[in-house]
Structure formats: C-alpha cells, structure tokens
Ligand binder design. Structure first.
Ligand SMILES: Nc1ncnc2c1ncn2[C@@H]1O[C@H](COP(=O)(O)OP(=O)(O)O)[C@@H](O)[C@H]1O
Ligand SMILES: [Mg+2]
Length: 269
C-alpha cells in the first residue's frame, strides 16, 4: 500500500489528538437507552458547573439528529475553521468550549441526514480535526441508544467513560440495560448511573415526591456494577427559570434542589 501525504497528515493529527486527550482528567459520555430522559440537561449543567468551579471544560455533541447542546446553553454561534482547516470549538463563557453540528448548519431547523459512515467520520473530525484547547474535562452528549455515534465516540476518545442516565420507569430501565450491555461489549467503562426525573419537586410547597418504585434506579445501578451517582428531581420551577433567564439550571436557578444535586454530581466527578 502506498502511503500518501494525506495519510501521514492524518496520522499526525491522530497523534496530536491522543496527546491532547491523554491530558484531559476525565472524559465522560452521557448516554441513555431511552430518549428524553435528561442527557443533554445533565451534560450541559455538569460542564457549566465544572467550568464555573475553575476547570477547563469541553462539550462535544455527537447527537447529530437532535443536537440540543447549543439550545441548552442558549448559545447561537457559527463554527469557524483556522487556516489549516481545523475546526475551532466555540467559546461558551469562561473555561468552556463547545463543538456541535448545530453550529455548522446554515439553517437552524435543517435536519442532518447523515447515515452510519458519515456520522463515524464526523465524530473523528470533531475529535482529531478540531483545535480543542487544553482541557481538564470533556463531556460528550450523545443520542439515545447504542448507535454509531456513541460507538464512534468510544473509538475516537481513548479513556472515555460513560454516565448512564435513566428515569425510574420500567421502559427507561429496560432500555438502560441494553445500553449497559453495549458498554460491556464495547469494553467501555461505566462510571455510574444518574436517576433523572425520578422524583417531583412540588411547584407549590417544594416537597420532593417519588414518582417511581423506590430503589428501582439504585437496583439497576447495582446490577450494572456501577454506583448511582445522583438522583435528580423533576424540577419544573428550575426548568422554567432556565428558559426565562436563558441559562442552564445551575446558573439560572442556583438555589433550586435540582441545581444543588447537579453541583453535588459535578463534585463527585
Ligand atoms: N431534572 C429535570 N427537571 C425538569 N426538567 C428536566 C429535567 N431533566 C430534563 N428536563 C427536561 O426534559 C426534557 C428532556 O431533557 P433532555 O436533557 O433534552 O433529554 P435527552 O437529552 O435525554 O433527550 C427537556 O425539556 C429538559 O429541559
Ligand atoms: Mg439530548
């Protein structure tokens, strides 16, 4: 086989990415079996909490069909490339950088129609052909399930661990079990489970009420051989403040039960 200049350049970019990634303290992919369980909310708020605490943090969004990181950060921007064609992650306030396909689209409502190989290649480009600054933490937001995007992320990011988000509902737990099985097959470590929206904070009195059978998420975590890292309440008021103030919950409603639990979770990482 003939080695081309392009092959050599690709190899050098790979080496540089591996060198850069080896210095990142923790690389965490937020995943789930089911959709709509709170992945993007967890991912973005953990990243913001860490960045506000002084760490240098990157968010890589590999959810190409539902890229919500930009929306969850209330960050409109366009990704630029430098002279060498390297993508420049978008700054999102002090210590935080974001790379998402949403910031590459001409029309914000445009659908990304990529299939398997195109998505695998895009993840590779976001990792090896992007000028990421030196980071302490990298959070990867993923689509639900066990598809190409998450697999590509584990291939492209050495040392990547998973945080598995689920609700306490039986269907969410059943799909989470498949995600855990995927991780075992991919030999990817599971850092822990997050139970999201398993309790409800009463908007009137602030009392926290369980929505699902007690211990369901905890038992799932134990079966998966990973710790239950957090129980995040369904907090409608914190969510409302986030929307109204145009900031993630940890910034928009720092005194809420949800923000407190998210900060505790960030501290455990
Ligand atoms: N703990 C929570 N309290 C209130 N709303 C939440 C909470 N977690 C997620 N949400 C809301 O639920 C919806 C789905 O969450 P999202 O993070 O987008 O899930 P996913 O990324 O898994 O699809 C969003 O509208 C989000 O704002
Ligand atoms: Mg999402």
């Amino acid at each position: 086989m003939i080695t081309t200049l392009a092959d050599i350049e690709k190899g050098l970019r790979r080496q540089e990415a591996d060198r850069r990634l080896s210095r990142v303290r923790r690389k965490l992919l937020v995943m789930s079996g089911k959709g709509g369980v709170g992945k993007t909310t967890v991912c973005v708020n953990l990243a913001v909490a860490k960045a506000r605490a002084g760490a240098r943090v990157g968010i890589l969004d590999v959810d190409f069909h539902g890229p919500d990181v930009a929306g969850a950060l209330f960050l409109e921007a366009r990704v630029e490339a430098d002279g060498a064609g390297m993508l420049l992650p978008v700054p999102a306030g002090e210590n935080l950088w974001v790379l998402t396909v949403q910031h590459l689209l001409e029309d914000p409502d445009e659908a990304v129609l990529w299939r398997g190989p195109r998505k695998m290649r895009a993840v590779e480009r976001f990792v090896t052909e992007a000028a990421w600054p030196e980071l302490d933490f990298l959070f990867v937001d993923s689509p639900p399930g066990t598809g190409d995007e998450s697999l590509a992320a584990f291939r492209q990011v050495p040392g990547l661990e998973a945080i598995l988000v689920t609700t306490g509902h039986s269907l969410s737990l059943a799909d989470a079990a498949k995600a855990a099985s995927f991780l075992r097959a991919a030999r990817a470590p599971l850092a822990g489970v997050v139970d999201c929206m398993g309790t409800l904070v009463c908007p009137r009195c602030g009392e926290e009420t369980a929505l699902y059978p007690a211990g369901a998420a905890e038992a799932f975590a134990a079966r998966s051989g990973a710790p239950l890292l957090a129980r995040l309440p369904w907090d409608l008021e914190a969510q409302r403040l986030s929307e109204a103030r145009g900031k993630p919950v940890v910034e928009a409603a720092p005194d809420s039960l949800l923000a407190g639990r998210l900060r505790e979770l960030a501290d455990r990482l």
